[in-house]
Design a protein around this ligand. Structure first.
Ligand SMILES: [Mn+2]
Length: 487
């Protein structure tokens, strides 16, 4: 990876950025000052030290024979923290490439960013420090070997998968460094709306203007009469679930309006798979020009180069999903299961844009999508689009807002937190769907994510449960009492 941020060691104080949910891997030889650094900058519970783990399993933090067991404990706890959404700092030498590889893999497994912080001190400093520690008897040959390994690995840390690499050189810089926590781009928990979340638009500008007007927005037009912004008098904001473009009659018009709204902070927008493909096409990458992309590219030909560049930058810069309203609302194009919400990885982006597919194709040659919503038990309401449905239907606190406007259905929005649906009918069928989605009169089609009502997830009633009740507040049901509920 060449995209990682890299600080090269310079003299003087330095501020380093650490994502607030990440796996921080300290790298430094014995005596480099890792534990002091960890103690200075992180809370005790965040730091997992190999020395402490050795003491935990062997009563002696210098018992080298206990190292495998100690690391098993360290990895176990680090993984638990990451799974629960807490930062973890690994305080171990980590000078060996294979040790780091395990940690990078752990970060990926939990969809958090791995960050390397290298504490690089001269051998003499490390030797001196080790000599002054009566409990430690570290031969100088070991220190020398560690330092050689560290130097060898230094240049390749980004390639190993670390998304940020901070190299601190010398005690002075290590002691003067300051840490700044960085929120993830998808973290907008402080933003509680109110929102109007809009389903897949697919170039249906006429219907979008109508829907926004019905929602109470006032459109602003440029001197050519084109809608360039829309503002709600009560300060509500639109949130677009993505797939603004393709198939429909005016994708540039939709982009112009939505880009204007995002620019003026009247809207948020997450990317759909169609924006993702459009970026690739605009960058001259080899993509199949199909599924309505041919229309968008033709329509964009009538625009000037500057507008095309703006479109490319806008679509490229879209963040895979947003976590809003204190964590109560998640918006992602194809939805997002709970374990991926608020996380950052290729897997998160893939799920948010494409959903999970089973690898099979249906009788219309389209990929069969895995019905994640049926198994969703998360606390956050998830609003999404991607799969056209005849009418929105709540499935386990998730709602698909793609009502197939471009296919002659409706363009739909959900008012949040009110949970009121507002929709406008398509002016006409703009594009024939490959798979019919509107209910035929003879044989009504099922919505793809519709929950089979007879299916009961046994985990919903087994074990100790907390239940919100209207009269008694939160009530805990003990496991042995819950068992009776499934009889
Ligand atoms: Mn779509």
């Amino acid at each position: 990876m060449t995209g990682a941020d890299e600080d090269t060691g310079q003299d003087g104080p330095l501020e380093i950025c650490i994502p607030d949910l990440s796996l921080v891997v300290l790298i430094g030889i014995s005596g480099a000052g890792k534990s002091t650094f960890a103690r200075t900058h992180f809370r005790p519970a965040q730091v997992l030290s190999s020395d402490v783990c050795r003491a935990l399993v062997a009563d002696d933090e210098n018992e080298q024979a206990a190292t495998p067991d100690a690391f098993e404990v360290l990895h176990y706890i680090a993984a638990k923290r990451l799974r629960r959404g807490h930062l973890a700092v690994v305080d171990a030498t980590n000078v060996k490439r294979e040790d780091r590889a395990e940690l990078v893999q752990m970060a990926r497994d939990h969809d958090v960013l791995p960050v390397a912080v290298v504490l690089d001190v001269p051998e003499s400093v490390a030797l001196e420090r080790n000599a002054s520690r009566p409990d430690r008897d570290m031969p100088s040959s070991v220190i020398r070997r560690q330092r050689a390994e560290l130097r060898r690995g230094l240049r390749g840390l980004s390639r190993e998968g670390f998304r940020k690499v901070h190299v601190l050189s010398g005690s002075q810089q290590i002691e003067s460094v300051r840490i700044r926590y960085e929120k993830q781009y998808n973290d907008r928990r402080e933003d509680s709306g109110p929102f109007d979340v809009v389903g897949d638009v697919h170039g249906c500008l006429f219907e979008l203007e109508l829907l926004l007007t019905r929602l109470g927005y006032q459109l602003r037009r440029d001197d050519q009469g084109r809608a360039v912004d829309a503002e709600h008098p009560q300060g509500r904001r639109a949130v677009f679930v993505g797939d603004l473009v393709d198939r429909g009659p005016d994708s540039p018009g939709v982009l112009r309006l939505v880009m204007g709204m995002v620019e003026s902070a009247h809207a948020l927008c997450v990317p759909g798979n169609h924006e993702n493909k459009l970026v690739k096409a605009l960058r001259g990458r080899n993509v199949r020009i199909s599924h309505g992309l041919e229309f968008t590219l033709a329509q964009l030909q009538a625009e000037d180069e500057g507008f095309r560049k703006q479109v490319e930058e806008f679509c490229y810069g879209l963040v895979s999903h947003y976590v809003l309203d204190g964590g109560s609302l998640v918006v992602a194009h194809a939805g997002l299961k709970e374990s991926l919400q608020g996380r950052s990885s290729g897997r998160v982006r893939d799920f948010a844009l494409y959903g999970e597919t089973t690898g099979e194709t249906d009788e219309f040659g389209l990929p069969v999508r895995y019905p994640w919503a049926r198994e969703y038990r998360g606390r956050a309401t998830v609003l999404y689009g991607h799969t056209p449905v005849p009418a929105p239907e709540w499935v386990n606190n998730t709602l698909c807002l793609d009502t197939g406007c471009v296919f002659g259905g409706h363009l739909t929005a959900l008012r949040y937190p009110e949970r009121e649906l507002v929709s406008v009918p398509a002016a006409r069928t703009h594009y024939e769907p490959a798979r019919p989605f509107l209910p035929a009169e003879a044989a009504p089609l099922q919505a793809p994510d519709q929950r089979e009502p007879e299916l009961l997830d046994v985990n919903d009633v087994l074990g100790k449960r907390g239940i919100e009740t209207r009269l008694a507040g939160r009530v805990t049901v003990r496991a042995e009492n819950a068992a009776a509920a499934i009889e």
